[in-house]
Write a protein that binds this ligand. Structure first.
Ligand SMILES: [Mn+2]
Length: 294
């Protein structure tokens, strides 16, 4: 379905205007859902998100003008074989010196992104927003499964004390031991529902303050399925959009490595609202970068 937009790609932010000194943000699509364990469809997210990005405005909720940013959209890395494709993702990410927005794909596409980030910046912090910890060593016979993403990041050298996990509410038995060590800051969806997001913002900021720069991995299934039904494994009792935006807001003023937004599966949501949830998160994230000084 080709629909003409009211704006250009990325609400006009991808339109290049040479000679203007703008902050650069990279965009990279990885339309691959071969390692999603249940329902697929996330491979269609990058094209849908880009298409509907023509129908939103270049302003955030607080009226931050995003037109001070230049989005460089590198298009998609098309993957047939995960081993080969993920090496390519790592190679492309390694070349980026400004923040990147990575469009999944199932969550496994974050494995090469995180591996490259950790190798390059061992002192990085990770803000993990997800219904699941994705800490399985192996799942469905694969160590690259979307249930193994954070485990692979720890293998790559990510310090668990630099991980803040928000919105979790579903656990595999093999994940419990790592969680129970208490190294990561874990804030469940139930805790946020009970006490409100404001209660946790200081703890999130304080924990991230130990890290030199921050990467955000946002699985759309962190949101409640009533908000974002188009995802492979919906888990009820999830976060509100306000919770997710407040969580992301905790990186304000920090050096930011990037954001991935994964597990958006447009074919599983005829209403299309899940794609717009992804766009909302991306644009508010861009607002944080636009408001940074320097
Ligand atoms: Mn996940």
């Amino acid at each position: 379905m080709a629909i003409e937009g009211t704006h250009g790609l990325w609400a006009d932010l991808a339109v290049e205007k040479p000679g203007q000194n703008k902050k650069t943000v990279h965009v990279l699509g990885v339309p691959y859902d071969g390692l999603a364990s249940a329902r697929k469809g996330a491979a269609e997210a990058p094209s849908e998100i880009r298409m509907w990005s023509r129908h939103i405005t270049p302003f955030t909720e607080d009226r931050t003008d995003l037109r001070g940013l230049q989005l460089l959209d590198h298009g998609d890395i098309v993957i047939d074989d995960a081993q080969v494709g993920y090496a390519e993702v790592e190679r492309v990410v390694a070349k980026l010196t400004d923040p990147v927005v990575v469009l999944g794909g199932d969550h496994s596409i974050s494995i090469p992104v995180l591996r490259e980030m950790v190798q390059n910046t061992p002192e990085m912090g990770l803000l993990w927003i997800d219904a699941h910890p994705d800490l399985c060593d192996s799942f469905d016979g694969s160590r690259l499964s979307h249930a193994c993403v954070l485990r692979r990041a720890l293998d790559a050298g990510l310090d668990p004390n630099r991980v803040v996990m928000v919105g979790v509410r579903s656990w595999e038995e093999q994940e419990l031991e790592i969680i129970s060590k208490g190294e990561m800051l874990v804030i469940t969806a139930a805790q946020i529902a009970e006490n409100g997001m404001a209660f946790y913002k200081t703890a999130i900021r304080d924990r991230l303050a130990f890290s030199s720069s921050i990467y955000i991995s946002c699985d759309i299934d962190s949101l409640d399925p009533s908000v974002a039904p188009g995802t492979g494994i919906p888990d009820h009792g999830g976060l509100s959009m306000r919770d997710v935006l407040a969580t992301i807001g905790c990186v304000a003023g920090r050096e930011i490595l990037g954001l991935d937004i994964v597990e958006v599966a447009p074919p599983l949501d005829p209403s299309g609202v899940t794609v717009f949830a992804a766009l909302k998160i991306i644009m508010e994230f861009l607002g944080i970068i636009a408001r940074q000084k320097g």
